[in-house]
Design a protein. Structure first.
Length: 167
């Protein structure tokens, strides 16, 4: 099942996600639907709040042959090396701006089998981990762009909020 992706201005994108208490068949179905939704729109990652579900989980597929289903993630280490690379977001369509993020991140999470995984991600995977983790905290990439870039996209953001904010 393909979910409707919530767009900038929708309050679910600003809600702090709650931990998953138990990996149930319903949680697994939601994760599978999130993967289907992400693939349907050619995304790299999708967090539960983006589909209106306030749970600490997200999915990532960077094209490396591994579809990651990540439950209750914790960022345990961020490298001091920072890159300023362009990002976009399925919930902020049509806007792409540079965001400063650590090049390497170490993350701990539960996979869909309930197994604890510690994984290090660099480059696109590391960026995706950080981007999707931010969604669980109610943070969008446009919150992290430079003040000049924010001014450049402020009209687009207001239009998105006006048009889609209630969806």
């Amino acid at each position: 099942m393909v979910y409707e992706i919530k767009i900038y201005g929708n309050e679910s994108l600003r809600t702090m996600a709650e931990p998953v208490q138990e990996i149930t068949p319903e949680i697994l179905e939601v994760l599978n639907n999130m993967v289907e939704t992400m693939h349907n729109v050619n995304g790299v990652g999708l967090a539960a709040p983006q589909v209106g579900i306030a749970k600490r989980m997200f999915v990532i597929d960077i094209g490396d042959g591994i579809v990651r289903k990540i439950i209750n993630p914790e960022l345990i280490e961020l490298s001091d090396i920072i890159e300023n690379e362009e990002e976009g977001c399925l919930s902020v369509p049509g806007i792409y701006k540079a965001v400063k993020r650590s090049v390497t991140v170490k993350i701990k999470y539960l996979n869909e089998k309930g197994e604890e995984v510690i994984e290090e991600g660099t480059d696109l995977l590391g960026r995706a981990f950080q981007h999707e983790y931010d969604h669980l905290e109610g943070i969008l990439f446009v919150d992290k762009i430079s003040p000049v870039a924010k001014r450049m996209v402020s009209k687009k953001l207001q239009l998105l909020k006006k048009e889609f904010g209630k969806n």
